[in-house]
Design a protein around this ligand. Sequence first.
Ligand SMILES: *Cc1c(COP(=O)(O)O)cnc(C)c1O
Ligand code: SF4
Length: 333
Amino acid sequence: MDTDNQHLQQSWQQQLQSAFSNVQDLCDYLELAITDLPFSLSAQQQFAFKVPLSFAACMEKGNANDPLLRQVLPIVDETKTIPGFSLDPVGDLAAKAVTGVIHKYQGRALLINTGSCAINCRYCFRRHFPYSDWQLSKLQEQQALDYLSSDPNLHEVILSGGDPLLLNDARLSTLLTKLATLPQLKRIRLHSRLPIVLPARITESLLTSLKHSGKTTTLVVHCNHANELNPRVFNACQQLRQHGIHLLNQSVLLKGVNDNVQDLAQLSERLFDFGIQPYYLHILDKTAGTAHFDVNESDALALMQALKTLLPGYLVPKLVKEVAGDKAKQVLA
Ligand SMILES: *Cc1c(COP(=O)(O)O)cnc(C)c1O
Ligand code: SF4
């Protein structure tokens, strides 16, 4: 639509500001009656509703079961208490080294300096995270960097969140310039969903900032369904690759979104067309309010078996599970 196109040409900050924050507005846009959906206001009160137009534009109008809509719609199931689903299932808070750093694995650590995201995914394992504590002040950021520099074995810093690409370019380039001074550091990795949900974020100025680290840079995007991959995303990925950034993808295996072999195969094929290498397919972290998305491990293994018959080996993601206290992610298949 023309109005969509006009909106999608605005700056990423403007698009972020005018993201859908009200389910009724999204329903109007999708030509759906809110009363036909399992929408729950109390679920929305627990974890806010937020969807940029760029992502909503990939949903099918009139389809209450659209796989992209399911990822973002607050529903009644979220408000149920299910045994085994907890507030911090992967033990992130216990793995906090200093404020802003989660250090679980040898050689790599997560640096988290923003709590916000451009989209709120209902299955997110960080939906209960005390994010305001992770909005780092300058002093806290310096302390986090001091911690990272004191580890001689640290080869990779992973900027995570929240979404690290929500930091502005100035803040990001300052941070990357500081990381550049760590001699033991070989690689910088960013975990971001923005190239998929808000591709306008990939600006010339960002691409320049990303170079400031002088280290090999990998961007791990997060895409769960082939329908998320539109021409705007394609352009963003092209730009990133032209600037020498390696692109990987991680997905979460989600019931009713991508838990069938055709969708998973199509996702890998399309990622490859976009220059993105499939990396991880995560078993859902058992976070309170997300049980309705869970695919059990035996079904997940069967899906992987079937997927391997359809794809070349290099397009098959690793099925992984995070276990609190482990020294690496568990690879199940
Ligand atoms: C997943 C994760 C990483 C990265 O793990 P890789 O297997 O290297 O992709 C690093 N730190 C934490 C805390 C993680 O959860
Ligand atoms: S973009 Fe990632 S961190 Fe943010 S809500 Fe979605 S899954 Fe969670």
